[in-house]
Ligand binder design. Structure first.
Ligand SMILES: [Zn+2]
Ligand SMILES: [Zn+2]
Length: 347
């Protein structure tokens, strides 16, 4: 066992504290990663505050992890000491069900093992990336291309794949009109990725406050959803709408913006159920869908795509003692566009 420095939540309401966590001894196919940066995802906040279910405290969160391979087990073949690597939202799955065999481990029929707060194979609760080191099976470790700046690579492991996967699945590309709802951590990456895929991209945001940024990320137009005229002007316009907002939205109003066979896909997760008026689906044969992260092979494809196209998130790097303050700012949407913890501040 390796005891390593970490930041953990000890209750739903208290501040995060500096502590240590145990990492298992390396199994034959395990990799010890020296973590360099860890992104802050909205899911981390929902989880530590107990908003998504019971939590076994103390818990170290963080599932946007990049670092260096420090040590490998004897059977590891895909990564070597010194490689730049990343870990996203899952660290294992059953590998035997139809979805795992199809490379869709995120939809493992037996439940994938989350990077934090999941029961691991050895019965312990997994602890995430706000920590100096982590041990992960090599099959769940990604290669991080050198051309992506280290700190900017971290948010790709959750926010990047969460937006890339539905954009790829619903074929964002030349001749396709895509709208992105919300210009936060997920939304700004959705815009950059959809633009790089060749789609014509529109941002739908509450106000025009971030319009200059949205256009700089490559969007062709930007509309305020606080203005009801937007919903009239854009009726029957889009092939795909990616909703990144975690707050409730008026689903019917957004569905009516879809043209024939258009899809509204939600990657934001509001806590309450959303009413979906079926008549809004009848017109234009529309669909309302969800999407959850991506498989390991697709996550690698996303990293390679971002490296080739020069796509990286906009990040604000903070120290390990600034995470509580960063959480408050995330909740106020006061971040452009993703916080990343410099893990050297934990050593
Ligand atoms: Zn996340
Ligand atoms: Zn499975």
């Amino acid at each position: 066992m390796l005891t390593v420095n970490a930041v953990a939540a000890t209750s739903a309401t208290g501040p995060l504290v500096r502590t240590t966590v145990e990492r298992r001894d390396l199994g034959p196919r395990d990799i010890l990663i020296e973590i360099r940066y860890a992104g802050i995802c909205h899911s981390d906040i929902h989880t530590v505050r107990g908003e998504w279910g019971d939590v076994a405290y103390p818990l170290t969160v963080g599932h946007e992890i990049v670092g260096l391979v420090a040590e490998v087990g004897p059977e590891v073949s895909r990564h070597a000491v010194g490689d730049r690597v990343g870990v996203g939202c899952m660290v294992n799955s059953c590998r035997e069900c139809a979805n795992c065999r199809a490379g869709q481990e995120q939809y493992c029929e037996n439940g994938n093992t989350g990077t934090y707060g999941s029961i691991d194979r050895d019965g312990t609760v997994t602890q995430g990336g706000y920590s100096t080191h982590i041990v992960v099976d090599e099959d769940f470790v990604l290669r991080v291309p050198e051309s992506i700046p280290y700190e900017a690579a971290a948010p790709l492991l959750c926010a990047g794949i969460t937006t890339y996967s539905p954009l790829a699945h619903w074929k964002a590309g030349p001749g396709r009109k895509v709208a992105v709802v919300g210009l936060g951590g997920l939304g700004h990456l959705a815009v950059k990725i959809a633009v790089a895929m060749g789609a014509e991209v529109t941002v739908l945001s509450q106000t025009l406050g971030k319009k200059d940024d949205g256009l700089a990320f490559g969007a062709q137009s930007y509309h305020a959803t606080g203005d009801t005229a937007t919903f009239e002007a854009l009726r029957n316009s889009f092939d795909l709408i990616v909703n990144t907002v975690s707050a409730p939205i008026d689903i019917a109003a957004y569905l009516r913006l879809l043209r024939l066979d258009g899809t509204l896909v939600s990657v934001g997760a509001p806590p309450e159920p959303l009413p979906v008026p079926v008549f809004a689906l009848f017109g234009n044969r529309r669909s309302f869908a969800g999407s959850s992260i991506g498989g390991i092979a697709e996550t690698q494809e996303m990293l390679d795509f971002c490296a080739e196209r020069g796509i990286a998130p906009e990040v604000e790097v903070i120290g390990a003692d600034e995470v509580d303050e960063a959480y408050e700012r995330v909740l106020r949407s006061d971040v452009r566009y993703r916080f990343v913890i410099d893990i050297d501040t934990l050593r």
